[in-house]
Ligand binder design. Structure first.
Ligand code: S5P
Length: 284
């Protein structure tokens, strides 16, 4: 059976990487394929939104470097929230340098990303050394890596042979590369169905650029609905940012509204998945 017709729980068994297993089991346990991208610049807003959306998500995606009042205590509180609400943490660092540099950026500096983020991501542009550099730090810690095979933005250069080469790079490092940031499944790349037996490969596809209300922003972002992403394009996790918390920060942050939005996206994403695997009885 093709992996996108299997349940998340069944797919966990195909992975030996601990971060991939954790993500798939968390999705199954919480019946949520929703990831929230918390792109807020004040620690108080950042932690507040995570606490509110926590019950509805499988994963929280961070851009830790945009916090203007960052202190190491933020990480301790993020870890507590991760344990409280049972979600995976993904620092969206988009590494893109030589192996030695990315290894230092991943392990060191103020943020020490590898010490707390279960999953991170990298642009394939430097070639396979970006993976080996990050793996030298992340593999011993049980971390997982996503490659950016495609982007959601208008005019993205990550298309065609670039995308195909990203998939080939991932196939050569399956112990650490657990999937892709992409707009659709990647199974087709460089294979005929007969050359890729079932169970040989099961990359997890996390997809940003998701909104129920908007079609884009003023800076090139392009949105699609959860149903389009999960059902039509066979992706596994929807990543939603402003669709859930709007532009609100500080006093303007309406936590009741944020919770309702998170619940709505969780339901949309999960029902699209149930349709995809041919299960009846959507959740309401
Ligand atoms: O192609 C991409 C890849 C990523 S990781 N397009 C994206 O939008 N992202 C990230 O997803 C982006 O950095 C942001 O954190 C999030 C989308 O946020 P939203 O507010 O537009 O939903």
């Amino acid at each position: 059976m093709s992996s996108h017709r299997k349940s998340y729980g069944q797919r966990a068994a195909d992975h030996s990487n601990p971060a991939a297993q954790l993500l798939l089991h968390t999705i199954e346990r919480k019946k949520s394929n929703l990831a929230v991208s918390v792109d807020l610049t004040k620690t108080s807003d950042f932690l507040k939104v995570i606490d509110v959306v926590g019950p509805y998500v499988c994963l929280i995606k961070t851009h830790i470097d945009i916090l203007e009042d960052f202190t190491p205590d933020v990480i301790e509180r993020l870890k507590l929230l991760s344990a409280k609400h049972d979600f995976v943490v993904f620092e969206d660092r988009k590494f893109a340098d030589i192996g030695n540099t990315v290894a230092l950026q991943y392990s060191s500096g103020v943020h020490k990303i590898a010490s707390w983020s279960h999953i991170t991501n990298a642009h394939p542009v430097p070639g396979p050394s970006v993976i080996t550099g990050l793996a030298s730090v992340g593999l011993p810690l049980g971390r997982g890596l996503l490659l950016l095979a495609q982007m959601s933005t208008e005019g993205s250069l990550a298309t065609g042979s670039y995308t195909d080469d990203a998939v080939r790079m991932a196939r050569a490092h399956r112990e650490f590369v657990i999937g892709f940031i992409a707009q659709r499944r990647m199974d087709h790349v460089g294979t005929s169905p007969s050359s890729l037996p079932d169970g040989v490969e099961d990359f997890i596809i996390l997809t940003p650029g998701v909104s129920l209300e908007m079609s884009g922003d003023s800076m090139g972002q392009q949105y699609r609905t959860p149903e389009k992403v999960i059902l039509e394009n066979g992706c596994d996790v929807i990543i939603v940012g402003r669709g859930i918390y709007g532009k609100g920060t500080g006093d303007a942050l309406d936590v009741g509204c944020v919770a309702l939005q998170a619940e709505k996206y969780r339901t949309e994403g999960w029902n699209a998945y149930l349709k995809r695997i041919g299960s009846t009885g959507p959740t309401s």
